[in-house]
Design a protein around this ligand. Sequence first.
Ligand SMILES: Nc1nc2c(ncn2[C@@H]2O[C@H](COP(=O)(O)OP(=O)(O)OP(=O)(O)O)[C@@H](O)[C@H]2O)c(=O)[nH]1
Length: 409
Amino acid sequence: MIGPLTNSSLSGCVSFRELLLHYQVSSLFKYKKRSRFVSGSRLSQALLKVYADIVHRVTYLLLLQINYLITMGGSMIDDDWELASSSSEVRTVVLVGRTGNGKSATGNSILRRKAFKSKTSSSGVTSTCEMQRTVLKDGQVVNVIDTPGLFDFSAGSDFIGKEIVKCMDLAKDGIHAVLVVFSVRTRFSKEEEAAIQSLQTFFGEKISDYMVVIFTGGDDLEDNDETLQDYLGRECPEPLKEILHLCKNRVVLFDNKTKDEKKQVEQVHQLLSLVDMVVAENGGQPYSDEFLAELKQGAMKLRNKREEVESLKGYTKQEILGLKEQIYRSYEDQLRRITEMVELKLRETTQRLEKKLAEEQAARLKAEQIAQAAQLKSNDEIRQLRESLERAQRETEELRRKSERCTIL
Ligand SMILES: Nc1nc2c(ncn2[C@@H]2O[C@H](COP(=O)(O)OP(=O)(O)OP(=O)(O)O)[C@@H](O)[C@H]2O)c(=O)[nH]1
C-alpha cells in the first residue's frame, strides 16, 4: 500500500515553503525597486502601492494555497476530491465586496432565510468564508459562499490567504458566478476599483466573464423615486462604467429589506437568470483557477496510478517500491511545473503593472509637455499682445501730442 504523500516525500523538488519565504523577502526588494520607477508621480506611487500590496497579498495567498494543497495532498487524494464537474443542477456563487456593502444580506435574500449574520458594524460581521445551500422549486441547487471583506486593506495577508484557500475549498465544483456587491448607499471607492482591477490582473481577464454586479439598497432608491438606471446615470464614475462594460452590463438591484414576497422572488429570479446567462456564455464551465485545476488533475492522475499499482497483484516488494518512486517523481514534476506557473504569473502581473504605469507616466509626461508648450505659446502671445498694446498706446499718445501742437499753432 502506498501511504499518503507528505512534504518529506517531496524532498529534492522545489519547496513551496522556501518559495513562500523567498517571495516574502524578495517582494520587499521588488516593491522598493518599483517605487523608484515612478518617483515622478505621487498619484502613480499611491496607486502602485495599492497594486503592489494586492499583488503581494494575492501572490502570497496563492503560494499559501498551493502549499496547503501540497500539505493536504495525501488526504485530499483519499477524500472525494474530484475535478470540477459542470452539473447543470448546481450553481455555486461567491459574494465579494467591501465590508458592509450587504453581501450577507444578499446571501440571505438568495437563500430566502437568515443563514448568514448581517448587521451594521464598522469592523465587519462576517469573519470567515461560509457556504450555505438552498434547493429551488425546480430542483436546482444553489450554493452561496459569503466572504469577509477580502480586499479591505485592513485585512492581513495571513487572514486573506486562509480565507481564499477556504473559499476555493468550499467551491469544490468550481465557481459559476462571482457576485460583486456594491451599495447605492456608499460611494464607489478607489479601494473597490483597485480590488477589482487586481482580481482581473491576477486571476486573468476571464474572471470578468463570471462577474455579476449587485447593487444593494434598492429601498433607498425607491424612497427617492429613483431606478437603478437613474442612479447609474448620476453616480457612475469611469472605473465603475468599465466594470459594468466588462461584465456586459450584468447588473441587478437588490432590496434586502423588503417584506414584499413578490419583490423578493423577482429580484432573486433576475439574479439567477443572469447567473444562467454567465453559465451559458462560459459553455457550462465554472471558473476554476488554473493552478487548482492543474493540481486537481495531478491528484487524479496520482490516484489512478495508485489504484493501478494496488490492483496489480504478483509484484515483488522491490517492484512496488520502484513504481512508488515513479509516482513520487511525476508528482515532483507536477509541482515544479506549478512553481514555474506561479513565478510566470507573478512576473506577468508585475510586468503588466509596470507597463501600465510606464504608459501612464509617458501619457502624463506628454500632457505636461503639451501644457508647457501651450503655456509658452500663450506667454508669447501675451507678450506680443502687450507689445502691440504698448505700441498702440505710444502711437495714440504721439497722435494726441501732434494734434495738441496743431491746435496751439
Ligand atoms: N437599507 C438597506 N440596508 C441594507 C441592504 N442590504 C444590506 N443592508 C444593511 O447593510 C448592513 C451591512 O450588511 P451586511 O450584509 O452585514 O454586509 P456585509 O457586506 O456582509 O458585511 P460584512 O459581513 O461585515 O463583511 C446591514 O445593516 C444590513 O441590514 C439593503 O438592500 N437596504
